[in-house]
Ligand binder design. Structure first.
Ligand code: ATP
Ligand code: MG
Length: 328
């Protein structure tokens, strides 16, 4: 449904997007994740025909953004970083106006407006001036204008930014209800947002594609078969933390042992294993055989945050290597 190939966008000397390629299948909900300045908004503006690419191509539903911008725009609903709202208009009046602009036949407009008022839960403010709405409501009106012509593809630039937790949950629910019939790409720099709303994630950093995968795969990707939290009781300083750490490090298949905490006479570690190695049973045996009390042993998932930091750190290391190579 969305296809981006070798896309590059330069602003004067800044390379905002650097040769990125990805595809989004119909009905998918994809998170576009990256820190500030990564190039998310720039990519979205190219996809929605607001900016021409410097190099490479992008197409939506088979239509190229440069060759057939009108066809692309018909199929896309776009919520920019700052929603394009008119503060002096009432909500319904504004949505009717946008509907007309987007070419909805006048006989259908009333029905479409009622539909999005309901979907975005803004029926109770339908006769209010947009300028008098709270930030969360304004964001919902922004979303309503993006979906009013029932587009195949939704491009949402930070749809939950500035919302309170309750509003965030409501927007997430709304997005989930839209997925399936719509293809959605949403940008965010908040990792939990992706974990909650998306099946797939595209990570960019400094204009470059860092990773593209399913959320589930990504969280598994950079760690071994498992990471386990191990808690050992320590009575009067025995055993001490370094003894336990050393012993855990000697368990076959263990790649790394990280000391987490030593509160309340408990020693907490995170034990990471090599890819494909199940170490839980050996870890348990090792602790028990030493005569220590094993208080807890449970698998822990690597958060998307860890994965993201590892991925972007790996990128930097690669870049440093290249630089070092060049300066030699
Ligand atoms: N109109 C512009 N002129 C010059 N440089 C720009 C312009 N718009 C963006 N940039 C630069 O391009 C890079 C990518 O910006 P972009 O807005 O796409 O990032 P982003 O991922 O959306 O960031 P954020 O999370 O802060 O919204 C940044 O270095 C930015 O300074
Ligand atoms: Mg942005």
């Amino acid at each position: 449904m969305i296809k981006v190939e070798g896309l590059t966008k330069r602003y004067a000397r800044t390379v905002a997007v650097d040769n990125i390629s990805f595809e989004v299948e119909k009905g998918q909900i994809v998170g576009f994740l990256g820190p500030n300045g990564a190039g998310k908004t720039t990519t979205m503006r190219v996809l929605t025909c607001f900016l021409p690419p410097t190099a490479g191509s992008a197409s939506v539903a088979g239509f190229d953004v440069l060759e057939h911008p009108l066809e692309v725009k018909k199929r896309i609903g776009y919520l920019p970083e700052t929603p394009p709202l008119y503060p002096e208009m009432e909500v319904t009046e504004y949505l009717r106006f946008v509907g007309k602009l987007k070419g909805i036949p006048s006989g259908d407009i009333g029905r479409r407006v009622d539909d999005v008022l309901g979907r975005c839960a803004i029926g109770d403010v339908r006769n209010k001036l947009i300028g008098k709405l709270s930030k969360g409501y304004r964001q919902r009106v922004g979303l309503a204008q993006a979906i009013i012509h029932n587009p195949d593809v939704l491009v949402l630039d930070e749809p939950t930014s500035g919302l309170d937790p309750k509003q965030i949950i409501e927007i997430r629910e709304l997005l989930k209800s839209l997925a399936g019939e719509h293809t959605i790409i949403l940008s965010t720099h908040i990792l939990s947002e992706v974990e909650h709303s998306c099946e797939h994630v595209i990570i960019i950093n400094q204009g470059k594609l860092v990773a593209i995968d399913s959320v589930a795969n990504l969280t598994n990707r950079l760690r071994g078969a498992e990471a386990v939290a191990v808690v050992v009781d320590s009575d009067g300083g025995r055993p001490n933390a370094s003894d336990v750490q050393q012993r855990l490090e000697q368990v076959p298949g263990v790649s790394r042992v990280v000391m987490k905490d030593t509160r309340d006479s408990r020693l907490c570690f995170e034990v990471e294993s090599l890819q494909g190695r199940q170490v839980r049973a050996d870890v348990a045996r090792s602790v028990v055989n030493a005569g220590w009390a094993l208080n807890e042993l449970r698998p822990v998932g690597l958060s998307l945050e860890d994965v993201f930091l590892q991925l972007t750190a790996a990128e930097q290391t690669e870049a440093q290597k290249v630089q070092e190579g060049a300066s030699k």
